[in-house]
Design a protein. Structure first.
Length: 339
């Protein structure tokens, strides 16, 4: 059997990708790590087509050439967009060049005959939409917090009144903004009377508002293929993490392995599958009375911190999933055939 070949598309300094790469290389898997931002200034991509449409695809970096048609699995870990060469200084021309490069590179990745993890680029984009995942989770039987997504100040004020001010707000997707040398983070936050007074500003940008759900613990449930790894985050131990555990407080926040009820585990697996994914990081709340409430799923969510804290073998499971891309071309057993 040929050596499995995994293409990892991510940005420099990705410790999560490095952890999985170590597992892959220990099993003899060939790994190519590439940041699409290197294209076209520091790397080349080529597509050759015969008169019948047969394709040959190559990635070049210096004198090295990678035959992309040998790739068994492509991991869309955290790829950046192509970046124009510094020699292209005109802003309009840079924008044009980068759009052309993204169209070419994106189509090339999409057309590879390879296992896509966490899913195809189209499925990843769709799965990242909060309103899409919330509606699907509700249809699958998850309990959701009462939720409003709006740009209407009156709708928000009615929602605030209806839940007696116990309301959390958060962005639809991006929780950060970078402007020059400054960066800003926007996590889940309690809506205050200041927000109510400034509600008219909602006309400028949509927001997610959710009724506050009391927590016993929060869960990060990581689905890798058919494996489910559930970890408890005791976010209520610290005021820093009480509203959003991503405001890490390593000194006081406890972590542990959580045993999911069978029906909740099945819902998690089905949610990932119906979103077209093979990986997903799901955030749940366990309420004081034992209910499991769905918050969101991240197709590219981090896991290394949970693995370090609990010992859950998530990196190894991801490596196994990526290696399984080489099994696509093995002969399938005939049902009922004698061994």
């Amino acid at each position: 059997m040929p050596t499995p070949h995994v293409l990892v598309l991510t940005q420099p300094g990705d410790t999560h990708a490095a952890a999985v790469t170590r597992h892959l290389e220990r099993t003899g898997t060939r790994v190519t790590v590439f940041d699409p931002a290197e294209f076209p200034s520091a790397a080349t991509l080529s597509l050759h087509l015969t008169p019948t449409g047969a394709a040959r695809r190559t990635l070049g970096r210096g004198t090295d050439r990678v035959d992309l048609d040998t790739v068994d699995a492509v991991w869309f870990r955290r790829p950046q967009d192509p970046r124009a060469h510094a020699e292209v200084t005109d802003p309009a021309v840079r924008e044009y060049v980068e759009q052309e490069c993204e169209l070419f590179a994106g189509a090339l990745w999409d057309d590879l005959d390879a296992l896509a993890v966490p899913g195809t680029r189209a499925d990843i984009r769709l799965a990242g939409r909060k309103q899409t995942q919330l509606r699907l989770a509700g249809r699958l039987g998850f309990e959701l917090p009462p939720t409003l997504v709006t740009t209407d100040p009156d709708e928000f004020l009615d929602f605030w009144d209806g839940h007696e001010g116990r309301v959390i707000t958060k962005p639809l997707q991006r929780s950060w903004l970078v402007r020059g040398d400054e960066s800003y983070a926007r996590m889940a936050e309690t809506a205050t009377t200041v927000d109510v007074a400034a509600a008219d500003a909602l006309r400028l940008c949509p927001v997610i508002a959710q009724a506050y759900v009391d927590k016993r613990v929060e869960l990060r449930v990581t689905v890798v293929g058919g494996a489910v790894f559930a970890a408890e985050i005791h976010s209520q131990d610290s005021n820093h993490t009480r509203l959003d555990w991503r405001c890490y407080d390593q000194s006081t926040t406890r972590y542990g392995v959580h045993s999911l009820p069978v029906d909740v585990e099945r819902r998690c697996l089905r949610l990932v599958a119906e979103l077209g994914l093979r990986y997903g990081a799901i955030d749940l709340i366990v309420t004081p009375d034992g209910r499991y409430v769905f918050l969101e799923i991240n197709p590219s969510g981090q896991w290394l911190w949970i693995e370090d804290a609990t010992g859950l073998p998530i990196s190894a499971a991801l490596a196994d999933l990526l290696r399984s891309g080489a099994d696509r071309h093995l002969p399938r057993p005939v049902i009922g055939a004698q061994p």
